[in-house]
Design a protein around this ligand. Structure first.
Ligand SMILES: Cc1cc2nc3c(=O)[nH]c(=O)nc-3n(C[C@H](O)[C@H](O)[C@H](O)COP(=O)(O)OP(=O)(O)OC[C@H]3O[C@@H](n4cnc5c(N)ncnc54)[C@H](O)[C@@H]3O)c2cc1C
Length: 394
């Protein structure tokens, strides 16, 4: 079905990465359409921990510059709150957090150890099992669903189009360029394509003959009834990450990663399991003993894609001049304002004008062993209730 429709740039995937990219493109007056096979932000982008602050990334400085201003830039609230706390319950956790302080200081950010009295001023719920805490005066957290909505509305305010429930199925290539995008609602012409399809990036790139090494993992989060607001909303520890919502709920997630095959990336995998939710709840109780009896009111799961080195790929595709790919390897929410800007520049200018993206190139995986996933132990285990319980108990 030829629709006779076209856009200068087509973005495939309406998560935070795609929506941010489209918004940056629209800011430059580009006619852009986002195709989303479901509803915007329904996947990892609306289900994550909301953490911001990836100090190892070449996009870190831009991430940190943009977040405090993002609500104003978009014209809608993201509920961003600055700074981050880490609680240590044992020596190993303490030493890991101390390393994170060292790295933060190395990149010029303020971070410091807190004694227990100082820690309790921030977090009244810590118990006698805590041995210390750390305050990171950068990064922070935001509300993932609000943020997705803010990007989407801001994009539409600039004249960008979002087509939900529209799946991109393939691409028509001619003369080394993608000329049209084939969707389940028809065929759209374009001058350029940005693929930000999260876990589906690998099968989509395969359609144009490009291999990208990605492994899928399933993660879960739980939400408690509200508790009094704390001064810093994002507090990690005991193997958990999480945030306090403005209403006071604690939304927490943590490992283990449950490795999935691409065939398993279906609706059912977004449903939480009792065993993993209980495992997170148990660790949350240890983190906040004074909240031992707080109710868990909600839980969910989300799927993330992971590259072999755990870092995103932001790159133009080899052999296809007008295709750019952005796959975020589990750290895409916090980086989204900067990754979207970078991808928009790769699509329009051929290069990123504010950061060196050489460490994010796809070619770093050239020559990767075909059994890389198995070598890392990132392969799906047998699917059974028993096997999940066994892993959780480890
Ligand atoms: C539980 C959990 C906690 C996390 N915590 C954090 C955190 O604290 N901080 C952080 O930075 N990151 C976190 N992450 C990771 C973060 O959520 C993701 O890296 C980020 O959301 C990726 O965004 P994305 O837009 O690239 O991909 P996605 O959110 O996966 O969006 C891709 C979109 O593409 C669409 N799509 C796929 N195929 C097609 C197609 N063929 N046609 C049209 N549309 C298609 C999908 O429907 C989807 O909406 C967490 C993730 C999870 C699951």
């Amino acid at each position: 079905m030829r629709t006779g429709k076209s856009a200068r740039i087509v973005v495939v995937g309406g998560g935070v990465t795609g929506l941010s990219t489209a918004w940056w493109l629209a800011q430059r007056g580009i006619d852009v359409v986002v195709f989303e096979k479901g509803i915007v932000g329904w996947e990892a982008s609306g289900r994550n921990g909301g953490g911001v602050g990836h100090d190892y990334s070449p996009l870190f400085a831009e991430e940190q510059r943009l977040w405090p201003n993002l609500s104003d830039m978009l014209g809608y609230p993201t509920e961003f709150r600055p700074n981050r706390l880490q609680i240590a319950l044992d020596e190993a956790q303490y030493n890991r957090a101390k390393d994170a302080v060292r790295i933060a200081n190395h990149v010029g950010k303020e971070a410091q150890a807190l004694d227990l009295e100082e820690l309790r001023e921030f977090v009244p719920f810590v118990g006698d099992n805590a041995i210390g805490g750390f305050l990171f005066k950068f990064g922070g957290h935001a509300n993932p669903q609000r943020t997705v909505q803010a990007y989407a509305w801001a994009l539409q305010d600039l004249g960008g189009t979002i087509m939900q429930n529209t799946e991109v199925r393939s691409f028509e290539v001619s003369g080394g360029n993608v000329k049209t995008v084939v969707t389940d609602s028809g065929v759209f012409g374009c001058d350029g394509v940005v693929i930000t399809a999260g876990p589906q990036t690998r099968p989509l790139l395969a359609k144009v003959g490009v291999f990208i090494p990605l492994a899928l993992a399933r993660l879960e989060m739980i939400v408690t009834a509200p508790v009094p607001l704390m001064r810093v909303g994002i507090i990690g520890g005991n193997g958990l990450y999480g945030r306090q919502t403005l209403r006071g709920n604690l939304a927490y997630g943590g490992g283990p990663h449950e490795w999935l095959s691409f065939e398993e990336d279906g609706h059912k995998r977004r449903l939480p399991t009792t065993s993993l939710s209980q495992f997170i709840a148990k660790r949350l109780q240890q983190l906040y003993p004074k909240l031992e009896h707080i109710r868990v009111i909600r839980s969910w799961a989300g799927i993330v894609e992971n590259t072999p080195d755990g870092r995103p790929v932001l790159d133009r595709l080899p052999y296809l001049d007008n295709v750019v790919v952005g796959t975020m390897s589990s750290v895409g929410f916090g980086l989204s304002p900067a990754s979207g800007r970078a991808l928009s520049e790769l699509a329009l200018d051929g290069t990123c004008n504010f950061a060196d993206l050489s460490s994010m190139k796809l070619s770093r995986f050239d020559g990767l062993a075909t059994d890389w996933q198995a070598a890392k132990g990132w392969t799906p285990p047998e699917r059974s209730h028993t096997s999940t319980m066994a892993r959780v108990g480890q």
